[in-house]
Design a protein around this ligand. Structure first.
Ligand SMILES: [Zn+2]
Ligand SMILES: [Zn+2]
Length: 401
């Protein structure tokens, strides 16, 4: 960054202006200088410090996801290069993609529970990432349920079965390896139990109390930092104990009960139950934070807009006067020892996936074709129309396709 003091000294101002615009090396520079980067985060332009965590909210809203806010999804990027997705709710994949992170760095997904607003876009990461350069299988961590058919293992096995046509047809054309999902199901009853430990990173889980048994809250620990992610839950004694003194606690906070009726079309009995019964309403969120006392509390799982924002804030401030972020999609936090910076990411609507260090493997020549002779004999022959395109392509890449 260039700092320049402009002095008006008679005719010297013209010479000075020329110097400012052209610079010593002949490079044209702006006479106004460069704006500081404190306002926004441009994905892909800032290397993390070795002792820093970047958190990006890729989904902060409600199950009826809207363009302005997808459902729950948080991306954690650590200074050691590791990246983790905690939940991947409906609509969040577009926000993840706009971060322009190579797909091989987006392979670890932790699911807090199996409501679609917390894993509905796994399909987008799975199939979209497969076509966009991921070279390895996805890995999914998620809780068991009260019965085997309510657990993450059941969900992922049946996910693959549900998308069988997608899997078989892609696997016939491109490398089948990235189309696999490795599932790690852990006991939802574990209390601050380690569910992942690798490369200096530990993820712990404890039970959440929601619409049925199975949901969990998660904590990510690395380099002395602790980040807590509540998933969907009422306030719990487990969170009071295990989130204590965390750097950041990302905790759900539903819209105020009256806003559930006014904006979300809930009947009055359900509005209060959904906000304060099987979720956490803003005054309850504030009460939890007043005890846990994180460096920063982040409230998500509500639609953040002019109509709701002030009610939400007033609700929290009934019980908590500490630092709080009112999350919305594409909010970014840089977590450092001495400060936590909140900014908005400014990212392109039309981002392509960025190539990673690896290249996708070759198709499996033994994988059976999924087209029968019946369907192929209906193909209209456009060889002549394609000839110019094919010849140029083959010449450029030394192929004979
Ligand atoms: Zn839920
Ligand atoms: Zn939810």
């Amino acid at each position: 960054m260039q700092r320049t003091i402009v002095a008006f000294i008679g005719g010297a101002v013209v010479t000075l202006a020329v110097l400012l615009l052209v610079g010593a090396g002949g490079k044209v520079t702006s006479p106004t200088g460069t704006a500081p980067d404190r306002y926004v985060y441009y994905p892909g332009t800032e290397a993390l410090e070795p002792d820093e965590i970047r958190i990006t909210a890729c989904g902060t809203g409600l199950p009826a996801a809207r363009r302005g806010q997808a459902a729950s999804c948080f991306l954690f990027e650590l200074g050691n290069g590791d990246k983790f997705l905690f939940d991947i709710g409906t609509g969040s994949m577009a926000n993840i993609a706009s971060m322009m992170i190579p797909m091989d760095f987006l392979t670890k997904v932790f699911i807090s529970h199996l409501h679609t607003d917390h894993w509905g876009d796994l399909a987008g990461l799975w199939a979209g990432g497969w076509t966009a350069g991921r070279t390895v299988p996805l890995e999914v961590w998620g809780p068991s349920g009260a019965r085997p058919d309510m657990g993450t293992k059941h969900a992922i096995e049946h996910f693959i079965q549900t998308y069988n046509w997608d899997y078989m047809t892609r696997a016939a054309k491109i490398s089948p390896v990235p189309g696999q999902i490795t599932v790690h199901e852990f006991d939802y009853k574990g209390e601050n139990k380690i569910i992942y430990q690798e490369n200096g990173v530990t993820v712990r889980s404890w039970p959440a109390i929601h619409a049925g048994d199975g949901p969990v809250s998660l904590a990510l620990e690395w380099n002395g930092y602790k980040i807590v992610y509540s998933g969907d839950t009422t306030p719990t004694n487990w969170t009071l104990e295990y989130a204590k003194d965390a750097d950041v606690v990302i905790h759900e906070s539903m819209p105020m009960p009256d806003d559930m009726v006014k904006f979300y079309n809930q009947p009055p009995q359900l509005g209060i139950r959904a906000s304060c019964g099987f979720h956490t309403c803003p005054p309850a969120f504030g009460k939890v934070m007043s005890i846990v006392k994180p460096r920063l509390a982040v409230m998500f799982h509500w639609f953040n807009e002019e109509g709701t924002r002030y009610n939400q804030y007033d609700g929290v401030r009934q019980t908590y006067d500490g630092p709080v972020s009112m999350a919305t999609d594409m909010m970014v936090w840089n977590v450092r020892r001495d400060e936590i910076i909140e900014r908005m990411a400014v990212s392109p609507d039309n981002a392509w996936d960025v190539p990673g260090p690896g290249r996708p493997g070759a198709p499996d020549p033994d994988f059976p074709s999924q087209n029968t002779d019946f369907i192929l004999q209906g193909r209209f022959d456009t060889t002549e129309a394609e000839k110019q395109t094919r010849d140029a392509y083959n010449k450029k890449y030394g192929l004979n396709e």
